[in-house]
Design a protein around this ligand. Structure first.
Ligand SMILES: Nc1ncnc2c1ncn2[C@@H]1O[C@H](COP(=O)(O)OP(=O)(O)O)[C@@H](O)[C@H]1O
Ligand SMILES: [Mg+2]
Length: 436
């Protein structure tokens, strides 16, 4: 072979820094010299080995980026060298180009089997040697870069996942902390009242018993003791009822009606029942009720959950919206489209401040702290709507109207189905509405 590379190109190539490290394994000294000088002049860092054993040692000691390997050599031949390279985890990715007689198809087949990536035929043609060397080095380098980028991506993904899990854990802990603090805070008042009441009553009972034992008891003492006992019992009972209601609310937050059963019912019928119970409260507050429900809406859902949702929304309108205003009004709208129920509860009360709108469904968010507000009502509503009814609930407030809009499927997602007969549609005004 005669390296037919122009002088100028050789000099330019030489001037470029390390194009790649190549190990040439060839037992014929002239061929070895020619190949080495061609690649050296082209700018590659060249190492040589005269036999298979030396090639393996050299590759092991300092892995090259590419190996040009003669197939036929005395001792360990090229095929065996290649097989051993491919068995080593450290060396298996180094591309091996076999050097063999152009016509020797047998050599080529066995070479590919042993793990060769390409062949260069003898007698060598300089452009072919250079082109194949350059191509496979570039390929190997881009593969290595890709593997590296892949490994970095995998590790970044793992880090991201770990960070996300940490964040979720921290969020859960923070939510748990808020929950526990809220529960403790809410229960503290009624239980503190009970303790104060019971300890005072305890002291009074001891004094009473002592006075009775020493015959110092007067009729007025007895009357005062009975009076106090009646008051104390009433106070105890009131506070215990408050505590027990709170515990009921907490239980609802935790279980979200897990045990409820899905059944078939008429929505208008349910509205009459639920709103019927609320009418006296609305009436007492001077608030009118209007119902605009399309007739014949049949649901296969959870009436208990829907009942609670409507109750909470209307009670909230009463508690938070109106303070003895003469023209207070609550309006319930219901309609279906494509198997989806849209139920809205609107009032023309005080409204919700813009900054509070995003927080009203949070547990323990209340603007009536210390005035009987637990801040659990809308949180329970949200849980019921999303976890039980399989829907969504949104709120808007402005322009004199606060509007809670619930959307859920008429056929709720179910675990158990219990079919009840559809009850007749009660006499409900539809578009015009009914006033309380
Ligand atoms: N119809 C409404 N009009 C005005 N404010 C409301 C209305 N409904 C809810 N809110 C606001 O949302 C907050 C959270 O409601 P909720 O979770 O039921 O808690 P609570 O009723 O115990 O305060 C209330 O404190 C109130 O500020
Ligand atoms: Mg409430």
């Amino acid at each position: 072979m005669t390296p037919d590379m122009p002088q100028q190109r050789q000099t330019e190539a030489k001037a470029q820094a390390n194009l790649g490290e190549v190990l040439i394994v060839e037992d014929t000294p002239t061929s070895l010299r020619l190949l080495a000088s061609l690649l050296d002049q082209a700018g590659y860092k060249v190492r040589v080995a005269h036999d298979g054993e030396l090639a393996l040692w050299s590759a092991q000691a300092y892995p090259p980026e590419l190996i040009l390997l003669d197939v036929r050599m005395p001792g360990i031949d090229g095929l065996e060298v290649c097989r051993r390279l491919k068995q080593s985890a450290q060396l298996r990715d180094i591309p091996v180009i076999f050097l063999s007689a152009q016509s020797d198809t047998e050599d080529k087949l066995r070479g590919f089997e042993a793990g060769a990536i390409d062949f260069i035929g003898k007698p060598y043609q300089a452009p072919e040697v250079l082109a194949r060397t350059e191509a496979h080095l570039a390929l190997a380098r881009s593969q290595r870069a890709l593997a590296l980028a892949n490994a970095e991506l995998t590790s970044t993904m793992a880090q991201l996942q770990a960070t996300r899990e940490d964040l979720q854990r921290a969020e859960r802990l923070a939510a748990l902390g808020t929950m526990v603090a809220g529960v403790a805070h809410e229960l503290n008042t009624p239980i503190g009242n009970c303790m104060l009441c019971a300890s005072t009553q305890d002291q009074r009972a001891r004094d009473f018993a002592e006075a009775a034992a020493s015959n110092r008891l007067r009729r007025s003492d007895l009357n005062a003791f009975v009076d106090y006992t009646v008051q104390a019992s009433a106070l105890l009972l009131r506070n215990l009822v408050a505590a027990s209601r709170l515990i009921d609310s907490f239980k609802q937050v935790a279980t979200g009606q897990a045990g409820s059963v899905r059944c078939r019912f008429d929505l208008a019928h349910l509205l009459v029942e639920v709103l019927g119970c609320l009418r006296p409260h609305l009436h007492a507050a001077g608030v009118t009720l209007e119902i605009a429900a399309a007739p014949g809406i049949v649901m296969e859902s959870y009436p208990g959950a829907l009942d609670q949702v409507i109750n909470q929304l209307v009670r909230n309108a009463l508690i938070h919206g109106f303070h003895g205003d003469a023209s207070g009004a609550v309006r319930i709208e219901a309609a279906t489209e494509d198997g989806q129920l849209t139920l809205a509860c609107c009032d023309n009360g005080a409204g919700i401040a813009e900054g509070d709108l995003a927080r009203v469904f949070e547990p323990f968010f209340t603007t009536r702290m210390g005035q009987g507000g637990t801040g659990l009502g809308l949180h329970i509503v949200h849980n019921l709507v999303t976890n039980v009814l399989g829907g969504t609930i949104k709120v808007t407030s402005g322009g004199g109207e606060t509007r809670f809009v619930l959307r859920c499927p008429c056929l709720a997602p179910a675990l158990e189905v219990q079919r009840l007969p559809v009850t007749g549609t009660p006499d409900l005004a539809t578009s015009g509405g009914v006033s309380s």
